[in-house]
Design a binder for this molecule. Structure first.
Ligand SMILES: *Cc1c(COP(=O)(O)O)cnc(C)c1O
Length: 347
């Protein structure tokens, strides 16, 4: 058995040697006093890269999204979001409990991509009975959708909707660089339609900790205060920012390799009896495998066998569903090994 092959998430990526060295050598200060030079450098770099006025380092993507919602929208307003989005399902309900927003869940089509007309249909006209529409949130790439990418034309439509109905437009862009690489465009071309974007340094970009929240200077000024309120004001955070700078300078373009290996993995697995994969959803680095949950060789069985006999970890969601995610620590050789192992187990 070789080393553990971990396909559970791209969050499992470890910092590179170069990151560890930069972290060791990082110049630091108290970031709550804005005196950490490495954090300041990362924040300038991130803002420049996405083409926005300013940015803020936050400890997690969840906190970044929450801060964005709280800064854009007073409690009691309505948020329009995709029903299987991370903010709706996977952030502990902070959208309601902490931000106090009223989620209006809209089911996406085509692997969780929101149809502009479905959003228009959801926005009700002013009436004393209705919560006031406040914000539209889009997840790009969409995790539960399978790492799916929003077409630029859709982003333009979302912007028009936001302008027409006086909504803010936030992007949960945890994996927005995967979207940019997939579309072959500068990330600026994706985020320019939004009022704010959050992206993660700690996923495919391989940093150990952290996310960035980007927007106007005024928005980031508010965000700074809300981050402090939520307990996200860190002190010598430059040790983390040092890795983040390397993520932004060196790790974005290589995401294409993860997309290629995900597709290779998906193609191979889809040929195995008992596994169904919709290859049209495999657009970036995420692969969902579907099973007949009543079969002896269902998702739980494959997940356990892969782990126990072959040292391969993956995300078993339920007896009918597995998620696999490719990243920097998954080589072409690893993909071949996973395919061979799955064939033996299912065969
Ligand atoms: C991972 C993720 C987040 C949150 O990031 P954490 O750093 O884990 O809090 C938000 N949105 C999406 C789509 C994600 O995949």
């Amino acid at each position: 058995m070789p080393e553990i092959i971990n396909l559970m998430s791209d969050t499992v990526t470890h910092p590179t040697e170069e990151m560890r060295k930069a972290m060791y050598e990082a110049e630091v200060g108290d970031d709550v006093q804005k005196m950490d030079p490495t954090i300041n450098k990362l924040q300038e770099l991130a803002a420049e890269l996405v083409g926005m006025e300013d940015s803020l380092f936050v400890p997690s993507g969840t906190m970044g999204n929450l801060i964005a919602l709280m800064c854009h929208c007073p409690a009691g307003k309505e948020i329009f979001l995709e029903s299987a989005s991370h903010i709706n399902l996977l952030e502990g309900g902070g959208v309601a409990r902490v931000a106090g927003l009223m989620p209006y869940q809209i089911k996406g089509r085509n692997h969780c991509i929101l149809e502009p007309d479905d959003i228009r249909a959801a926005i009700r006209k002013e009436d004393v009975h209705h919560p006031t529409p406040g914000i539209l949130s889009i997840e790009n790439t969409h995790n539960v959708g399978g790492g799916t990418v929003h077409p630029i034309d859709y982003l333009k439509e979302y912007r028009k909707i936001a302008d027409n109905y006086n909504l803010k437009f936030h992007m949960d862009g945890a994996r927005v660089f995967n979207a940019a690489v997939k579309l072959g465009v500068d990330v600026k071309e994706i985020v320019k339609y939004t009022d704010s974007v959050m992206f993660c340094l700690s996923k495919g970009l391989s940093s150990p900790v952290g996310s960035m929240l980007c927007g106007t200077k005024e928005f980031i000024k508010d965000a700074l205060k809300v981050r402090k309120m939520l307990g996200g004001g860190l002190r010598q955070a430059g040790v983390l920012a040092a890795a983040g700078i390397i993520s932004l300078n060196q790790m974005t373009e290589r995401l294409d390799e993860d997309h290629k290996s995900a597709y290779k993995l998906a193609e191979g697995l889809s040929e195995i009896k008992g596994i169904t994969i919709d290859l049209s959803a495999v657009q970036t680095n995420i692969v969902f495998l579907r099973f007949d949950e009543k079969s002896d060789k269902n998702a739980v069985y494959l997940g356990n066998e892969l782990k126990e006999k072959y040292g391969v970890l993956c995300g078993v969601r339920n007896p009918g569903l597995i998620r696999m995610v490719t990243h920097r620590q998954i080589s072409g050789e690893n993909i071949g090994y996973v395919l061979d192992s799955a064939k033996k187990i299912m065969g």
